[in-house]
Design a protein. Structure first.
Length: 416
């Protein structure tokens, strides 16, 4: 049996190899292979993977690319991409930089020449990275609402139902701004259900819930609303988007398959348990440990197995600590792995960030909880996984990865 340190190194290597296989450049280039070079292209890229997607489009289209705007998270740009303008903005909670990016989009739409064809590159994170607020709504009001939503435990589909109503870009409103120009959209999906309308809150797809009351959702998550938001949240207006052609250029399912293949290269026969996890982090931790224990019992001496999960777990935050859902999951697993030899669990965001931190996630094995020297319970209660995992040497820090296709959970299991 390998040592915990050796399994940790293998888990990190599997993560790196899987992420390398889901970089969007190749898929974007393939999708644009037949793009007409005689029609000038104006490019708009929004999301955490916007820079890498835009780089691929620029290399593929060459002189056919007339102009463009790339909006990504702070630290996710890798340098200039002339003739494209790059703006870095805030995520996961929007700020003034997000409004700057939103108004740059309005200017982009205003300046489009009559013969321009628009290429939109969408990836997750766009909901916070670029925004234009409705008249009478302030940044502070929307920030307060978004902070509540992010801590509520609501799945992304329900978050977006609310976000679309207080935006002049989301829910198809961006596509309406760009009419009558032809629009083609390439989507790198970080959505478990695969619905393109939920990537970046669907700026080029009409709101599928337009006309429905949001009050049941507001009551469900006990949201405290500023009265100024009520007219927008009760609006039943739908955007006239017009026809939009789109195609998928990456997903969480592909990340799980890449992790399965990488695990097997490292000598761990692998099984994808689910690529569509939406459990709460607390219930997922129990599910993970149970699956690992049952798998381990079924192994022969010196036999190995890897279990792969992907998706977007939810977390209802009640403490004031620092961390993200993957870090909290790793900490919960560490608590349950006390005395359990032969199991290592990795949980990470594929974009390289987990919550409002510089870590992608965390690791857990039989040694993690002991290294916390009695501080683990308080860290769980206060949702303070980041410093706890840092103390245990179990943080995963990759930096921006260039992609964004959900979270990845890898369990490496051995039996003596």
């Amino acid at each position: 049996m390998n040592s915990p340190a050796e399994r940790k190194a293998e888990a990190l290597a599997i993560l790196r190899e899987a992420l390398a296989q889901v970089q969007p450049q190749k898929r974007v280039s393939e999708a644009l292979a037949d793009w007409p070079r005689d029609v000038p292209c104006s490019l708009l890229a929004i999301g955490k993977a916007a820079w890498t997607m835009a780089e691929a489009a620029r290399e593929t289209l060459g002189d056919g690319l007339r102009e463009g705007l790339v909006i990504t998270k702070h630290g996710h740009s890798r340098g200039p991409l002339p003739p494209l303008t790059i703006i870095e903005a805030s995520h996961p909670v929007l700020d003034e930089t997000s409004l700057t990016a939103g108004h740059a989009i309005l200017e982009f739409a205003r300046r489009l020449k009559p013969d321009s064809r628009v290429l939109i590159l969408l990836s997750g994170g766009g909901s916070a990275l670029a925004e234009v607020l409705p008249e009478g709504v302030t940044l502070k009001q929307v920030q307060h609402l978004n902070e509540q939503l992010l801590c509520s435990g609501a799945p992304i589909e329900e978050l977006n139902r609310i976000r679309r109503r207080i935006s002049r870009l989301k829910g198809g409103k961006l596509a309406a701004l760009l009419r009558p120009h032809p629009i083609e959209v390439l989507i790198l999906s970080d959505i478990v259900n695969g619905d393109p309308r939920d990537v970046a809150s669907g700026p080029v797809f009409a709101d599928p819930f337009a006309g429905q009351s949001l009050m049941p959702l507001i009551r469900k998550y006990q949201l405290k609303l500023d009265p100024a938001l009520l007219p927008n949240l009760s609006s039943t207006e739908a955007s006239e988007c017009g026809p939009v052609r789109w195609q998928l250029v990456g997903s969480g399912e592909e990340l799980c398959e890449a992790a399965r293949a990488a695990s097997e290269r490292h000598g761990y026969p692998a099984h994808i348990v689910s690529a569509a996890v939406t459990d709460s982090v607390s219930s997922l931790a129990k599910r993970l440990i149970k699956a690992c224990e049952e798998t381990q019992k079924g192994l022969a001496s010196n036999e190995r197995q890897a279990l792969i999960f992907g998706g977007e777990p939810t977390v209802e935050v009640s403490g004031s600590g620092m961390g993200g859902r993957n870090q909290h999951l790793a900490l919960l697993c560490a608590q349950k792995l006390q005395g359990q030899t032969g199991i290592t669990i990795l949980a990470a965001g594929s974009d390289g960030t987990d919550g409002p931190t510089d870590a992608a996630g965390g690791l857990a094995d039989e040694t993690t909880w002991t290294r916390l020297e009695g501080s683990g319970e308080a860290a769980i209660t206060n949702f303070d996984a980041y410093p706890a995992l840092a103390k245990a040497g179990s943080l995963i820090v990759t930096g921006p990865t260039g992609t964004n296709v959900n979270d990845l959970i890898i369990a490496l299991i051995e039996r003596e």
